[in-house]
Write a protein of this length. Structure first.
Lengths: 194, 157
């Protein structure tokens, strides 16, 4: 028996094996990214500091109610969902300094200097237990959109860039310009039903 | 003249495929690292609402998920058709949420616990009653950073 030389392993099929694995991972991969609206829930209030929010003036609050038939009541008049964004924008910015919209005050903001901006407008969102989640999120989305649009407009005006492309401190300045907060009322179970 | 003839006779050499496995392996590793295997089996049917302002959810390992929706048809005999809450792989009640959050929080290392957020994947036809209860439970559990999961669209219908 002649001693045989050790043959190199045939790697011709390596590509096939790798392809097989590749195709497996290609098929199982889900590339979908999760998207959503980021919100912060308010902490549970302490018992001793409950009644403080009664002092907020009515003109500084933008009340949005949604009933169980998914109808909107905005500042005591019914409103279509599609006009909500514009109403909210008008409320947050109060461009004409109307006296039924939030109070304005002079404020020192970096990059802007002294500006006359709404002091602390609050958007209050209330809903019924029977409201559908889809509508609730639509409303949240519209309100957020109003704020984001205003910020974008201001960013383009002053920095000629979109809000998201700004530097950290520029963004902070714009945040100080439009300070509107979206607050949700403590849920109350009035009807008692589910 | 003869010079040209010589050239013309040469056939096209076959392409060297020796580096093909390398290329394929590269792709393979890419997909292996990016693949996220589904961790939970959904037991509820969900149609997420649309939103124009939706943002990408960063750092998925810091996110816990709460699913709310109608049970799938194979579970409807047992659980009915009312919207149910699913935590991990099981149907749960609102009162279980606090434990669930505590559990999820314990599983993280301490530095990350503050950055923990909860993603609510809720069917758009769910009534807000259930959602409010869940939100109250989250507030009690001190899980204040939440994310209403929704599909990013450029324009609302």
């Amino acid at each position: 028996m002649a001693k045989r030389e050790l043959q190199p392993i045939n790697t011709g099929s390596m590509a096939d094996i790798a392809f097989l694995l590749l195709i497996f991972f290609l098929v199982t991969t889900t590339m979908d990214v999760d998207t959503g609206l980021m919100r912060r829930l308010p902490p549970i209030p302490d018992k001793d500091q409950e009644e403080s929010d009664d002092k907020i003036k009515e003109r500084n609050v933008f009340v949005v109610n949604i009933n169980k038939f998914n109808d909107l009541l905005v500042e005591n008049e019914s409103l279509h969902l599609l006009s909500l964004r514009d109403r909210a924008k008008e409320f947050i910015a109060n461009p004409e300094d109307r006296d039924d919209l939030p109070e304005k005050d002079w404020k020192e903001i970096p990059y802007f200097g002294r500006v006359y901006v709404p002091k602390n407008p609050i958007i209050s969102l209330k809903n019924d237990r029977g409201t559908s989640y889809g509508i609730y999120l639509r409303v949240q989305n519209e309100l957020l959109a109003a704020k984001n649009e205003l910020r974008d407009e201001l960013a383009v005006q002053t920095f000629s860039k979109k809000y998201n492309d700004l530097e950290e401190d520029e963004r902070d300045a714009i945040k100080k310009y439009y300070t509107a907060v979206l607050s949700e009322a403590e849920p109350k179970n009035i009807g008692g039903g589910k | 003249m003869s010079r040209f003839k010589k050239k013309g006779k040469k056939g096209v050499g076959s392409i060297n495929t020796a580096s093909l496995p390398d290329i394929v392996f590269m792709l393979l590793f890419f997909f292996m690292t990016t693949t996220v295997m589904k961790e939970v089996d959904l037991k509820v049917a969900m149609h997420l609402p649309d939103a124009t302002e939706a943002k990408k959810l960063e750092k998925k390992d810091l996110v816990s998920f709460i699913y709310i929706g109608k049970p799938l048809s194979q579970f409807q005999k047992l659980y009915g058709t009312e919207p149910k809450i699913q935590l991990n792989d099981q149907f749960k009640e609102v009162r279980d949420i606090q434990d669930f959050i505590a559990q999820e929080r314990d599983a993280m290392n301490e530095a990350d616990q503050a950055k923990m957020s909860v993603s609510l994947k809720i069917d758009e036809n769910t009534k807000m009653g259930v959602v409010n209860d869940v939100k109250q439970a989250l507030r009690r559990a001190q899980a204040l950073k939440i994310n209403y999961s929704s599909v990013k669209v450029d324009k609302m219908k």
